[in-house]
Design a protein around this ligand. Sequence first.
Ligand code: GCO
Length: 456
Amino acid sequence: MAGERLEFPKGFVWGTSTAGHQIEGHNSHSDWWRFEHEGKIKDGTVSGKCMDYWNRYEEDHDLMTTLGYKAFRLGIEWAKIEPDDGRIDRAAIERYKKILQSLRDHNLQICLTLYHWVLPLWFADKGGWLWEDAVARFMKFTEIAVNEFAEFPDLWVTLNEPLVPAAAGYLAGEFPPEKKSIKFYGKVTGKLLRAHALNYELIHKTVKKGPDGNPPKVGVATAYQHIVPWGSSGPAGLHEKIMARVFVSGSFNGWDGAVETGRLKYPFGKGAVPGLKDSYDYCGVNYYMRQSIKFDSKLKDRAFVDFESVPPGIEKTQMGWQIYPPGLYHTLMNVWRRFKKPIYITENGIADDTDSQRPKYLLEHLAQVHRAIKDGADVRGYYQWSFIDNFEWKEGFCKKFGLVAVNHADPDLKREPRPSAHMYSEIIKENAITSEILKKYAPGANEGVFGSKWRI
Ligand code: GCO
């Protein structure tokens, strides 16, 4: 095992990923803030001052540079920039500029997300994405943001996992505004597709050159899961196969298919959307898990599909998600074949408060990234989710995704790098996974990294 190495291409971008509402704190004019105070979060917590990145960004950027990280993905919060209908908060804009300038001063590349699920309360109260002026008002906000922050981003993410707020908020009734309607889900997704196309155009119109002197790179961070039938025989197996197809085409093909063709299909709407076709300069891949579609005769209201079961022999995370590293490889290859655009992994990570699974998870997933590059996919960078522990939406603070631990209940909000934070530093320094790093942090990962375990 000694002396083995999986080398990454020169200039590979090594970063970490976050979202505004999940780390900044103080997002009091937002729909999520109200939702939290209505007691909707499973562990009873509210985002509150969160990790106070809003005030402690300088310290966090220092830590990133000490650790040798090269890039950072962050978001901006519309509810801070436009806390009331039509009232722009200059101080919030100036704060974001300071944060972005500080990233530059630390020589960190910037990946900026314009929309990561959270809306201003005033907008939510007008109907959220169902409001007829929704796209126009979102564009008013992004016009301000793109003009103000134009010089900073190396990568622009117009929308983060747009199908998630559409499905969780308007179909499953789990996220604000807790609606349950396929019609609303389709309508909202159609609007988000339009919003993406308009933002793609806006950014290119406004920003001629990114920090590297080339035109800016604009895309979407898309949620990809590796969805497969469980593998039963007989009618149950047939149901699993059909449902796996339905979910694959509903999720990935649904969104990506619309971007590929520039046309909306049921349930997202009908007809061509100007500017939508080919509106990715790069593909943003968020990958966490495999989902096995298992038939269950008791789950009538869920189309007899159990998503949550995990096949024997497969490890789970504290979120209950299946750990399946080759799913990342297959996702990257599918995205590459489909779009032939540079790919950035905009999220990949694990909830693990004791850091007992993370080093192995990270190594085995990175080995699959390496494998995809070797097989021809143009993967340019990897953003680990997340830099610090964060507010994990409906789960609250109890799920710990950070390379760096922060206890939200600690008045000092002390930042404490977990072992995997150091392991990530060593990988970045070597620009490779080496057998020495593996041996030091996760010897159990050998077969999954250098061996044949995940070559499937
Ligand atoms: C996502 C969300 C993140 C989550 C992360 C872990 O894109 O899914 O962007 O906000 O926190 O994925 O669940």
